[in-house]
Design a protein around this ligand. Structure first.
Ligand code: SAM
Length: 347
């Protein structure tokens, strides 16, 4: 049979991934555009008919960008040039409204790859915080996947929902978010052994051990992102002592940008020194003993140790309700903010 008789469907035919249309074609009204000036300073604007981007060096009419291709260079009223590009996911998460520290793009990339988040996967996640990691997970599972995110604070859930809807241009078909503690809610929402991947970014992941062991399928991957070495150690020991998981692997990643100018080619002077540690393990089949466990003594923790785990003791900043309400309003409105208290990637 010839190819003409059996038309070959292209993979993308008749389908449109969520948000894909918004990432192609000329700039449209309502879109976010990242402007870079001749000194490399960046600003993100949302295009409005008749709007203008003002600086102390003149103004640029939004109408001069609307209808232009992505990657255009626009000129303001006094001849200042701006390179105009659609922000990438990595640009967006560093400038979106946030109430707590976000997972940085370098770690989100590691999580997606090392936890083997695949298109169509069934993934559960907690806590949601500002939704930075949820966005990467949604990109990875795709429209046909499933991401159920759990968050104990309503204000964070609102911030995350606003950010997810801004970047995807509306609700994502693969996403649902539930309020409450992960360890209590996930076992009510997900059938035992039905989840492919668990992703936790929270203060005390060891409190979720039973819930993770219940919902995760045999061979399923559980990845944890924690800020301190003490959390890392507590989580690893709890996993080992439990016996239903493989020997955990832990690492951190450091990304050092490079300065590239003629013969002056060298690492940047500044970098983000620390974000968090990653720890990954996999669910063993029921009734199987982990190999490494046979050689290890189980570690005990006292009640005093357990009570020492508070947000302040691991250096988390307190999040006031007022700050969270403001970030939620900004996120719902799709506003761009800068947080000078947190490091930015690169120099
Ligand atoms: C650092 S933030 C998460 C940031 C998020 N991954 C991001 O990239 O934007 C930690 C979040 O976990 C939430 N949290 C802590 N323990 C939790 C639990 N047991 N269940 C659900 N949420 C929890 C906190 O309220 C907070 O919003």
């Amino acid at each position: 049979m010839s190819n003409q008789e059996t038309p070959q469907a292209t993979p993308a035919e008749g389908r449109q991934a969520v948000g894909a249309a918004r990432r192609r074609g000329p700039f449209r009204v309502g879109e976010r555009v990242q402007l870079t000036d001749e000194k490399g300073r960046m600003n993100t604007i949302t295009l409005e008919r008749g709007g203008a981007f003002h600086t102390h060096r003149g103004f640029l009419n939004h109408d001069d960008l609307i209808g232009q291709p992505d990657g255009s260079v626009a000129v303001n009223n006094i001849g200042q040039q701006y390179q105009a590009l659609r922000p990438l996911l990595s640009d967006f998460v560093l400038s979106m409204p946030r109430g707590a520290a976000v997972v940085y793009p370098k770690d989100a990339g590691q999580i997606v790859t090392m936890a083997d988040i695949f298109p169509g996967a069934r993934v559960v996640e907690a806590g949601v915080g500002s939704g930075a990691l949820s966005i990467s997970l949604l990109r990875a599972v795709g429209d046909m996947g499933y991401l159920h995110s759990f968050e104990r604070r309503e204000e964070f859930a609102d911030i995350a929902r606003g950010n997810v809807e801004t970047i995807f241009g509306g609700p994502h078909p693969a996403w649902q978010i539930s309020l409450g503690d992960f360890q209590d809610e996930v076992v009510k929402a997900e059938a035992p052994g039905s989840v492919d991947r668990v992703v936790l970014d929270m203060l005390a992941p060891w409190e979720c051990l039973d819930a993770v062991a219940t919902v995760l399928a045999p061979g399923g991957v559980w990845i944890n992102y924690v800020a301190t070495a003490t959390q890392l150690s507590r989580t690893a020991e709890a996993i080992r002592a439990d016996g239903r998981f493989t020997e955990p692997d832990a690492w951190e990643s450091m990304v050092r940008g490079w300065h590239l100018e003629g013969l002056a080619v060298r690492p940047n002077h500044r970098m983000v020194g620390h974000t968090g540690f990653l720890l990954v393990t996999r669910r063993l089949a029921d009734g199987v003993d982990g190999l490494a466990l046979k050689k290890r003594a189980k570690t005990e923790f006292t009640e005093e140790d357990m009570n020492a785990w508070t947000p302040a003791s691991v250096g988390e900043r307190p999040y006031s309700d007022r700050k969270l309400r403001r970030a939620a309003r900004d996120a719902m409105a799709g506003t761009q903010v800068e947080d000078p208290e947190e490091p930015t990637a690169g120099e």
